[in-house]
Design a protein around this ligand. Structure first.
Ligand code: SF4
Ligand code: SF4
Length: 359
């Protein structure tokens, strides 16, 4: 553990006002009561910087890119400075034996107390030899590092669910962190990559309350993954009216209509993109005219069909309902409205998965 966090922030010129604003925003995003912002600020200011060990396994470094992509002074950067990042291959200056020494020193000095962050999946094929660091397999390293960790953050869809490395035919035998570690608290922060403020929000929660946030049945923090993209999408009124873009350059696309028929997976994807947006709140995929790919759901790559609408009959007459028949006679507008109704029914069915709807 390092000195109180507030010392670090003051040294970096972060004003009290900026810090309070950040905490209020974070508390709001986590749906905490209004008073929680100040409580969070006080707890964070007094918090000692915990040791964080970040292990990269089968990954593309996109999660680290996302975490560090920031503008100055950044909310993400503030949180990044709130921890003592004792090992991170990509970001640390040390290399080779020096880096490995730093890893072992951090694990020894902070045994039982450090936060372990992992990005990337773990290959189990040919005894784990597909991915090694300093001559040791990922699975071996994970087991050792997890044993001394207070909690584990599986950062990104690869660590959370196996991600792209696990996609068929999964040549390396990739698995998720939770498939290997069974005796430690784990929080999944999926996304390809995850949203920076979601990553830092999870860390801030841990620093403030000393525990992981509330999780859903896929170990995702409900504060950020409790709703679907579709629940909070600004194009939702068009969906409800049955107004869909049919191509990326038709009149509907120009008018900003719903992207469902262009393959948007927002109705079955739990993530915070529609509210936090990306790049400092500048925009997000749907706002840029492209449907959600479902990157924060398990098996999103194998589910595929990125430009195929979720389970929609090609011919309205095949919908088998009187309303569809009326739609076929009365014109496209009515049939599309009935499709929207069907889509809404599908979207509200909580047990429906992305893979189910792609069948
Ligand atoms: S289907 Fe996609 S574009 Fe349409 S409202 Fe839902 S999330 Fe938004
Ligand atoms: S909009 Fe969908 S695919 Fe794009 S980053 Fe968000 S959850 Fe992932």
């Amino acid at each position: 553990m390092q000195g109180p966090l507030i010392d670090t922030l003051v040294r970096q010129g972060v004003s009290r006002r900026t810090f309070l604003k950040y905490c209020a925003t974070l508390a709001s995003m986590m749906a905490l009561p209004p008073t929680a912002g100040r409580a969070m600020a006080e707890a964070l200011a007094a918090a000692r910087r915990p040791s964080v060990i970040w292990l990269p396994f089968q990954e593309c470094t996109g999660c680290t890119e996302s975490m560090t992509r920031s503008h100055s002074p950044t909310l993400e950067g503030m949180i990044f400075d709130m921890v003592s990042l004792d090992y991170h291959e990509t970001l640390m200056a040390a290399a080779g034996h020096q880096a490995e020494d730093a890893l072992h020193a951090a694990m020894k000095d902070n045994a039982g107390k450090y936060l372990l962050i992992v990005d990337g999946s773990v290959p189990l094929g040919i005894d784990g030899a597909y991915s090694c660091i300093a001559g040791r397999t990922n699975v071996d390293l994970l087991k050792e590092a997890a044993a001394g960790a207070a909690a584990i953050v599986a950062m990104g869809s690869c660590a959370a669910f196996g991600g792209i490395p696990k996609a068929k035919p999964n040549p390396t035998g990739a698995v998720a962190i939770s498939d290997i570690v069974k005796d430690k608290p784990i929080v999944n922060v999926p996304g390809c990559p995850p949203i920076p403020v979601v990553m830092t929000g999870v860390l801030a929660h841990y620093l403030t309350f000393g525990r992981l946030p509330d999780l859903d049945d896929k170990l995702r923090p409900t504060a950020f993954y409790g709703e679907t993209i579709h629940d909070r999408c600004y194009r939702r009124p068009f969906y409800d009216q049955g107004k869909f873009a049919r191509t990326f350059d038709d009149e509907g696309a120009r008018r900003g209509w719903c992207l469902f028929e262009l393959g948007c997976k927002g109705p079955v994807t739990h993530n915070a993109c529609a509210t936090t947006k990306w790049n400092g709140g500048t925009s997000w995929p749907v706002e840029s005219g492209h449907g959600c790919l479902g990157c924060s759901e398990p098996d999103f790559w194998d589910a595929g069909g990125f430009y195929k609408a979720l389970s929609m009959p090609a011919d309205p007459l095949k919908m088998g309902t009187a309303a569809a028949a009326v739609g076929a006679v009365a014109g496209v507008a009515v049939s599309v409205a009935n499709r929207a109704k069907k889509h809404r029914a599908q979207a509200s069915h909580e047990t429906t998965t992305l893979a189910d709807l792609e069948k």
